[in-house]
Ligand binder design. Structure first.
Ligand code: NDP
Length: 334
């Protein structure tokens, strides 16, 4: 497993991170969740991503329990704050000083850890002054509760202003966590160039488009039993945007390209995001330990330019590129 630096910082993270959105504390039982974490560790993954809002805290608890016996210094643990948690009261959401301070304490309690390596603003909060948010993050860092600070789904302008204020407050934003896959490339035009200029990496989510780029969803056929597209606890709704026969037909055309590289389509999808040098890590999910073992083989793969062009041709106009699709809710979610 290869390591990459996170932004302009000195922190090294595995280029594949295991993420537990929709799975831990929800779609999969706790024993399977623990097996997935163990499979990740066995494959050399030391970086893990979760959030306070995943399964309303349960995902942090499951991850913390699964990592309990590990040497803390050998792990890089990421979590996030913004989406509503707990009873979802007026101050249980957003990026106010109150919610960030209470949020980090709640995350550390559920993870059973003294600090997280990366604490991320899960979206931009249009209703809290950015100065207040950045000052709260500076204080979280000074208290030793988070070692580095990142954001998620911020636009290029939001990244620029956030980094300016962070530097003035004595720290740096090191990363942005956007959706990025061969099908969803909205960061390429504006967010990536701004991030390069600001010393920030992308920590990218849904590199397999939630499993769609694995090729297992066939056009005109029912989704395989037990897959995210059949998960009524949340997965079915979030994967919906890709479950379109035109998209699924185009995805099937990636199979010969994967074959030429001796890869599974899932591995091709993960390797594709890792070809972008501004990507520090691909956040990969898994509902079974065998998926983790399969997915990690994408580390270190180089895709020749000629095959990258053929991937573009195969996916054609199913690729979403509009930078305006990087958005955060105008009003803090309740
Ligand atoms: P992926 O695109 O990696 O999708 C993972 C899902 O695809 C798995 O849960 C599994 O679902 C299926 N899958 C995994 N491996 C295989 C395989 N080899 N063959 C076939 N199917 C496979 O990413 P996620 O959407 O899970 O997101 C990854 C992480 O990104 C999250 O855990 C989270 O940490 C982060 N994230 C961040 C967000 C943000 O707003 N910042 C938003 C969303 C995610 P199944 O078996 O059920 O079909």
């Amino acid at each position: 497993m290869d390591y990459r630096f996170l932004g302009a910082s000195g922190l090294k993270i595995t280029e594949i991170t295991y993420g537990n959105w929709l799975t831990h504390g929800s779609q999969v039982e706790n024993d399977v969740a623990t097996q997935c974490v163990q499979a990740a560790l066995d494959a050399g993954i030391t970086t893990f991503d979760t959030a306070d809002a995943y399964a309303n805290g349960a995902a942090e608890e499951v991850l913390g329990a699964a990592l309990k016996s590990q040497r803390r210094e050998s792990l890089e643990v990421f979590t996030k704050v913004y989406w509503p948690v707990g009873p979802k009261g007026p101050n249980d959401t957003g990026l106010s000083r109150k919610h960030i301070m209470e949020g980090i304490n709640g995350s550390l309690r559920r993870l059973g850890m003294d600090y997280v390596d990366l604490y991320q603003a899960h979206r931009y909060d249009h209703q809290t002054p950015l100065e207040e948010t950045i000052q709260a993050f500076a204080d979280v860092v000074r208290a030793g509760k988070a070692l580095y600070i990142g954001v998620s789904e911020w636009s290029a302008d939001q990244l620029r202003e956030g980094q300016r204020l962070a530097k003035a407050a004595g720290f740096s934003l090191v990363s942005n966590q956007p959706q990025y896959s061969a099908l969803w490339r909205v960061i390429e035009d504006q967010v990536v160039p701004a991030s390069k200029e600001l010393g920030m990496s992308q920590v990218v989510w849904s590199p397999m488009a939630q499993g769609v780029l694995s090729g297992k969803y066939k056009p005109g056929q029912p989704a395989p039993a037990g897959s995210r597209a059949t998960d009524e606890k949340g997965g079915q709704k979030t994967i919906e945007r890709f479950m379109d026969d035109t998209v699924l037909e185009r995805v099937q055309q990636l199979q010969p390209i994967a074959d030429e590289l001796g890869l599974k389509m899932s591995q091709l999808a993960i390797a594709w995001v890792l070809q972008n040098p501004n990507v520090a890590t691909a956040l990969v999910g898994a509902s079974r330990p065998e998926q983790v073992a399969e997915n990690v083989k994408a580390s270190g793969v180089r895709i020749p330019d000629e095959l990258l062009t053929r991937i573009d041709e195969a996916l054609g106009d199913s690729v979403v590129r509009d930078p305006a699709k990087t958005v955060s809710p105008e009003v803090r979610p309740a």
